[in-house]
Design a protein around this ligand. Structure first.
Ligand code: ISL
Ligand code: CA
Length: 594
């Protein structure tokens, strides 16, 4: 009898997970809320792991998959429902795994395929899901496709990449100039001359990251195949690296002058992008119950619905860069204001209707630390401002993404010397800009202290032992922030008022509150330079969020006759309820039910 029931349950489970169409709602979730189709990935809270920096299990100074498996309880206790794993594939690490040599192999430093399977099983056992990084705009130059491709002009793999003859330039070092003026994001031309066949190949990123030629149907078939390989293992979807770049412009015209400082807007949204994404959907995604989120570098808000409108069957969501680039002028740090931030959320909300879905993220492995960037990492305000940002991240409209360590309020690293950096972007930039005398060394470092990608890549701070408990090695691959003795997971787990425990409370609160997921968004006071006050309203419930984005104590009268109702959450203990007059402390955050 038991066996029959078990078998029955097994069949039902198989039918409802494998084989169901993408976007197929869970049968228990068919009633739309506020016009939105309910989807698990809309209700999810995602946690990003950068495996190199998460936890080292074997003392070689590099984070690894068994390290992650050992910390799954930590993630489950935080309450997150989906883990996004940055690349874990075989790679020579020119760009820390974003240069893949073998898409079906685990990076040796991270472990084995058996370690991957064990990690995934542990995630599923805890009722969480995992998405992995799909990095297919480019591969490593050490991928066997490229090794073949560069051998000869008539090699069967030649057309897997983008090769062009140079412009003859007698007297120059190679005899040629690059085919056009495309620039690499990691300094210099996006073309590399290959002496063997005397042609150039295209690389939007590092020289060791040649761009794949998606116009070749064989390349698309290879990518679809490797996607199935991982989906059949049970992964729940993909974060797609610079996916809007895969279709190149016809004839590869020069970058027009006004795009030279922002080539991403020229490289993105090529003529066949939609066609290739739909093909991917038809061939792969539609056969699984998965989520997809595209890294939409270079995509404007106006273009966003064309990628994520559910009726188009392309992607579920994208990462829009407006918020994380609010503090930049090109690569240069600039101060930002709260009304500018609010304006971005308001326009995003207006640009997307009930058929499209947004993401909310304020940090990732390419950006400096959350609290140092959008909050105040000084001793007086680090804790309340990190909690305020947690409140915002988890109450805005869109699927929230937490980056590892932000739940501890980890801060930027106090970099002072170029030798302390690992990032290829920094190393190339130093050569191109500082060593040539274009930028002063001190100015370059000063900017990196605000903007460097390495801030978020320093190892996780687990406890107060040497190297923050990240590794038993004398030297981790990248230095641990010296503040690990006071900022670390062990400390925070045991403190009920810690940032970690606040995040955990907020995650749980969001997950049980449909109005915070699907409810309408209204900014009550867009021009206010210090207070961010907004409501999230569904047919049944209305929540009010009030955030003091300043260190000042502020007496604030809620505009438009609004009244704070019942207090649900606050980051500094307050007793004020049912009033329009709020006395907010510096960096205070409150959520009310109205
Ligand atoms: O963060 C950036 C530079 O400081 C961006 O230009 C970034 O390179 C861009 O968002 C693309 O990012 C993704 O692809 C890159 C990789 O280096 C990043 O880590 C990845 O997130 C190339 O694969
Ligand atoms: Ca290791």
């Amino acid at each position: 009898m038991h066996r029959t029931i078990n078998r029955f349950i097994f069949i039902v489970l198989t039918l409802s997970t494998g084989g169901s169409a993408q976007n197929a709602p869970n049968p228990a979730q068919t009633n739309p809320i506020n016009g939105y189709r309910r989807m698990w990935w809309k209700e999810a809270v995602v946690y990003q792991i950068y495996p190199r920096s998460f936890k080292d299990s074997n003392g070689d100074g590099i984070g690894d998959l068994p390290g992650i498996t050992g910390k799954l309880d930590y993630l489950q206790d935080l309450g997150v429902s989906v883990i996004w794993l940055s690349p874990h594939f075989d790679s020579p690490n020119a760009d820390n795994g974003y240069d893949i040599r073998d898409y079906r192999k685990v990076m040796t430093e991270f472990g084995t395929m058996a370690d991957f399977d064990k990690m995934l099983a542990g995630i599923k056992r805890r009722h969480m899901r995992m998405i992995i990084d799909l990095v297919v705009n480019h591969s490593s130059d050490e991928h066997k496709w490229f090794v073949e491709s560069r051998r000869s002009r008539d090699n069967p793999y030649r057309d897997y990449y983008i090769w062009r003859p140079g412009k003859p330039h007698p007297g120059s070092s190679t005899g040629f100039d690059p085919p056009n003026n495309y620039l690499s994001f990691f300094s210099g031309s996006a073309w590399q001359f290959d002496p063997g066949t005397k042609e150039y190949y295209l690389h939007y990123f590092a020289v060791k990251q040649p761009d794949l030629n998606w116009d070749n149907p064989k390349v698309r078939a290879e990518v679809f195949d490797l996607m199935k390989f991982w989906l059949d293992k049970g992964v729940d979807g993909f974060r797609m690296d610079v996916i809007p770049f895969i279709s190149k412009r016809d004839g590869l015209p020069d970058l027009p002058p006004d795009y030279l400082a922002r080539p991403q807007y020229f490289y993105a949204m090529g003529p066949h992008l939609h066609e290739y994404l739909r093909e991917m959907n038809r061939e792969v995604l539609s056969k699984y119950d998965v989520m997809t989120v595209g890294e939409a570098f270079g995509v404007t808000l106006e273009q966003t619905p064309t990628l994520v409108d559910e009726r188009r069957n392309e992607l579920n969501m994208i990462f829009n860069f407006d918020v994380v680039r609010l503090n930049r002028d090109g690569n240069q740090w600039r101060d930002w204001t709260l009304p500018e931030l609010k304006a971005i959320y308001a326009t995003q909300d207006q640009a997307l209707d009930v058929h499209s879905w947004n993401t909310i993220f304020l940090s990732n492995h390419d950006n400096p630390r959350l609290v140092s960037t959008f909050g105040d990492d000084s001793p007086a305000f680090r804790v309340p401002s990190a909690k305020l940002l947690a409140t915002m991240l988890l109450t805005l409209k869109g699927t929230p993404f937490i980056y590892q360590g932000d739940e501890l309020g980890m801060t930027n690293y106090p970099f002072t010397r170029i030798e302390e950096f690992d990032d290829i972007e920094v190393k190339n930039g130093w050569k191109a800009d500082v060593l040539t005398g274009k930028v002063k060394a001190d100015d370059y470092i000063a900017n990196l202290r605000k903007t460097s990608r390495d801030h978020s890549r320093t190892p996780m701070q687990w406890d107060s032992s040497a190297n923050g408990g990240f590794t038993t090695a004398a030297k981790p691959w990248l230095a641990v922030n010296p503040n690990y003795k006071s900022i670390n997971a062990r400390e925070e787990l045991s403190d009920p008022n810690s940032i970690y425990n606040y995040f955990a409370k907020m995650v749980k609160f969001r997950e049980k509150t449909p109005a915070l997921v699907y409810g309408d968004y209204e900014d009550l006071d867009p021009q206010n330079a210090k207070i961010f006050a907004y409501t999230r309203t569904s047919r049944r419930d209305k929540y009010l969020v009030v955030l003091n984005f300043s260190e000042n104590n502020i007496s604030y009268t809620l505009p438009g006759g609004h009244k704070a109702g019942q207090l649900q959450i606050s980051n500094i203990n307050t007793k004020e309820e049912n009033t329009a007059e709020l006395k907010l402390k510096g960096w205070e955050a409150r959520v009310y039910k109205q």
